[in-house]
Design a protein around this ligand. Structure first.
Ligand code: ZN
Length: 339
């Protein structure tokens, strides 16, 4: 099969990889219908994470080709969406709704779904079948559920976005935009998008943002305070992962408010004393997408939500390198790769 391999920072190639097969009786092998490039794939691309001939990709939708003997909830021919973290969905952590911290958790990035096929361990606990074969226009939306939608949803949920709440979203990348969509769906009264890019502001408004704040850092915090009677937002989503964005999110959260943080933060140092005196609830980390998948698939299927608009560039898998470049140069928010 063909698949993406990152030789080193900035060097992305599509080459022949070994076809996956069933190894454990809980595995499934799927043939991908579509995959995509994530903001987090830019970390190795930019040399922030090491990259040495590694397979890439952790978002995926596709058709099941083969299942192991112990797989019961999906079968060959099913169209499936899976989380970017493998989970058994039966352990105590999974049953509490934190499937991304499953005792059998494994990052799908190690499997590399920017490829024609993938072996998915714990298929019953990781994959969810759609009600049937999706219309072609639903494929991008279902693919978004695999990570960015599920992650944005978790962030909005962790921030307790809901009726009567003012929600501030730090970050206008795909996850930030999906958090806006989620906050709107969860009934938030006011949604403030922190964004400087006209195109993304437009999409933020489409997904439910009522206010746009272009200031960053302390100025951004001051602007949020100004918009909320000096109190700060009830709910804040952090979807970037830099020192400035994280502290901006902490500062924008009112006392007793909730911060949901999902930006992968490599070099962020949180001053304990600042967090202490903030007096806020915080919940974040790799999103337990599997918890939300059945509901997200239903809403996409019913056309209640349309997360697919976050993809603003579509390329064939063979041209993946161009997709990485476009995202690195911020010419694209999120790149869908067709197979
Ligand atoms: Zn588990």
């Amino acid at each position: 099969m063909r698949g993406v391999v990152m030789y080193s920072a900035g060097d992305v190639r599509v080459e022949d990889r070994e076809d996956p097969t069933i190894i454990d009786p809980t595995d499934a092998v799927i043939r991908l219908t579509a995959t995509c490039i994530c903001g987090s794939d830019l970390w190795p691309y930019r040399g922030i994470e090491p990259a040495d001939h590694q397979v890439m990709g952790h978002e995926y939708v596709g058709v099941v080709e083969e299942v192991g003997d112990e797989v019961t909830t999906i079968k060959p021919g099913d169209f499936v969406v899976g989380s970017f973290v493998i989970s058994d969905n039966t352990c105590e952590i999974c049953r509490a709704g934190f499937q991304s911290k499953c005792v059998h958790a494994e990052f799908v990035a190690q499997i590399g779904t920017q490829a024609e096929k993938a072996r998915i361990p714990y298929a019953d606990g990781t994959l969810v079948a759609t009600p049937g074969e999706p219309d072609a226009d639903l494929v991008p939306a279902l693919l978004a559920a695999s990570d960015v939608l599920g992650t944005g949803w978790f962030a909005a949920d962790a921030a307790q976005a809901g009726p009567g709440k003012t929600v501030a979203v730090v970050g206008d990348g795909a996850v930030g935009l999906m958090a806006i969509l989620a906050a709107k769906h969860l009934g938030a009264e006011r949604i403030i998008a922190m964004s400087r890019h006209p195109e993304r502001q437009k999409l933020a408004r489409h997904y439910g943002a009522t206010d746009i704040v272009t200031e960053r850092g302390d100025e951004g915090v001051a602007r949020i305070k100004e918009l909320t009677g000096g109190l700060g937002a009830h709910s804040v989503v952090e979807a970037v992962g830099t020192q400035e964005s994280f502290m901006q999110a902490v500062g924008a959260t009112r006392g007793g408010g909730h911060l949901g943080y999902v930006g992968v933060n490599y070099d962020v140092t949180i001053p304990g004393i600042q967090l202490f005196f903030a007096g806020i609830h915080t919940l974040g980390g790799p999103a337990p997408v599997r918890r939300y998948l059945p509901e997200l698939i239903r809403m996409i299927w019913d056309r209640t939500i349309d997360p697919g608009l976050v993809f603003d560039l579509t390329l064939p898998l063979e041209r993946a390198a161009e997709g990485y470049q476009a995202m690195d140069e911020r010419r694209a928010t999120k790149v869908l790769l067709t197979l």
